[in-house]
Design a binder for this molecule. Structure first.
Ligand code: FAD
Length: 465
């Protein structure tokens, strides 16, 4: 039986990054993946295919609705959905194969199959043909990720009641799409189909979208999406989803009244659950928390000395870059180094148009913990590059400690803010202040000048607003 220093279960962004880093550090490393392709949820049915469709649908929408405003006449424009989906699939295929290449390059052994614990150092791997093998390892990292959840009594069939996975592979543009859940994934997928021609209605249980986001950003985001034609039912509780001869009927309750909406497709995007079933965790004695996630300490160690867990299967935001950072950190910790993750500086991005990008504390959180803060705000309408691009919806808000000027949170809605957030994340990693950003030269004319102007606005000295 082959024995490894590090054995990773799950080849998603947490697991594959961990395996590569562990191998780089000289560990004999293997990674087990049951899906048949590497890259996990993110590459196969998450970040990558959704961003491919978001990009393509945005191009389509711009060509259809906005090109004429800047002097580009396209004539009749038509959508080739099969080709758009084909492009997405090709991108996914290329990227998942790229990870196989990286495994070979770094000498990570890729084991195809489903892994479960035989004991705390032995994993039983069953492949798709049913044959099994046992693999031993000194250290085991659980990176099995998460999967879609539904509401009670609502079965996702991936045909008319779909999860994000089904919504990424629809064969035709639905006439009407109902999105249940107004979080990141629901709004991204809703945007894709809205741009491609669907009527989109979002049903959200809370009285606002993107729960947990800074309220001012969330409110602006809602207004902009409404302006784009997305409809919203807030404070509305879905009771039932049923197939009828006329379509899929959603019954919901709002302010004591029952509403019924019929559509051709219903997207369930109400959250995800950690993948721990079938791992035989009990055999190894690994504990889970009350939400079914694997419990770990700050060094990603479970209650069992040689077993670690990272990514969506543990506490924290379910984000690919969070999983990747944990993957690198745990590989370093196992190798006797000092890997760590700073959870105060993990950005969150919604890749709609405009994008939304956030990091650190919201105003609501600062008020709750009683931290005194100053605010600097700058609207994209006052940024020259956004103006010439006809893309000036949104603003940047920087929250700093009132006494020290240290950046505590940054919340952006606007063009390309998903890329621009990196600047403030770096500033926060260095314990930076608004003054640091305000004194940093930003190229002109760029969207990133709006970050500097927001930093200047903390001290009421923005130049262009
Ligand atoms: P996963 O990516 O879920 O990978 C776990 C892997 O483990 C899976 O491939 C699974 O097959 C495998 N596995 C499970 N059990 C076993 C077993 N017993 N044996 C062997 N293999 C096993 N995040 C972002 O940061 N940005 C985005 O833009 C973004 N967009 C998203 C869009 C959608 C539609 C969805 C669904 C998610 C999106 N996410 C995004 C979230 C992101 O995909 C996840 O946070 C990320 O993939 C988690 O990484 P992970 O490695 O923990 O788990």
């Amino acid at each position: 039986m082959e024995e490894f220093d590090v054995l990773v279960i799950g080849g998603g962004p947490g697991g594959y990054v961990c395996a590569i880093r562990a191998a780089q550090l000289g560990n004999k490393t293997a990674c087990i993946e049951s899906r048949g392709t590497l890259g996990g949820t993110c590459l196969n049915v998450g970040c990558i295919p959704s961003k491919s469709l978001l990009h393509a649908s945005e191009m389509y929408s711009k060509a259809k609705n906005e090109f004429k405003d800047i002097g580009i006449n396209t004539g009749d424009l038509s959508l080739d959905l099969t080709k758009m989906m084909g492009h997405k699939d090709k991108s996914v295929d290329g990227l998942t194969k790229g990870i196989e290449f990286l495994f070979k390059k770094n000498k990570v052994t890729y084991v195809k199959g489903h892994g479960s614990f035989k004991d705390k150092n032995t994993i039983l791997v069953k492949d798709s043909s049913g044959s099994t093998q046992e693999i031993k390892a000194k250290n085991i990292v659980i990176a099995t990720g998460s999967s879609v959840v539904s509401l009670p009594n609502i079965n996702i069939d991936e045909e008319t009641i779909v999860s994000s996975t089904g919504a990424l592979a629809l064969k035709k543009v639905p006439k009407k799409l109902i999105v249940i859940g107004g979080g990141y994934i629901g709004l991204e997928m809703g945007s894709v189909w809205l741009r491609l021609g669907s009527e989109v209605e979002v049903i959200e249980y809370m009285d606002h979208i993107t729960p947990g986001m800074d309220k001012e950003i969330s409110d602006t985001f809602l207004k902009i999406l409404k302006k784009q034609g997305m409809k919203f039912h807030l404070s509305t509780k879905v009771l039932d989803v049923k197939k009828t001869p006329n379509g899929t009927k959603v019954t919901a309750e709002s302010n004591g009244q029952t509403i019924e909406i019929v559509s051709d497709i219903v997207l369930m995007s109400v959250g995800r659950k950690p993948n721990t079933d079938g791992l035989n965790l009990e055999t190894a004695g690994v504990n889970r928390d009350s939400k079914g996630r694997i419990s770990t300490d700050k060094k990603f160690k479970t209650n069992i000395e040689n077993i670690y867990a990272i990514g969506d299967v543990i506490e924290g935001p379910m984000l690919a870059h969070k999983a990747e950072d944990e993957g690198m950190a745990v590989a370093e910790i196992i190798s006797g180094k000092y890997g760590h993750v700073n959870y105060d500086t993990i950005p969150g991005v919604v890749y709609t148009s405009p994008e939304v990008a956030v990091v650190g504390k919201t105003e609501e959180e600062l008020k709750k913990i009683g931290t005194e803060y100053n605010v600097g705000k700058f609207p994209f309408v006052a940024n020259s590059r956004a103006k010439i691009n006809n893309d000036s919806d949104g603003f940047i808000k920087i929250l700093v400690d009132k006494n020290t000027d240290k950046i505590l949170g940054v919340h952006m809605i606007g063009p390309d803010v998903g890329t621009m957030i990196a600047e403030v994340v770096l500033a926060m990693e260095f314990g930076g202040s608004a003054e640091d950003i305000a004194r940093t030269c930003h190229a002109h004319p760029t969207l990133s000048e709006a970050v500097r102007e927001a930093a200047l606005a903390v001290d009421k000295r923005a130049i262009h607003f």
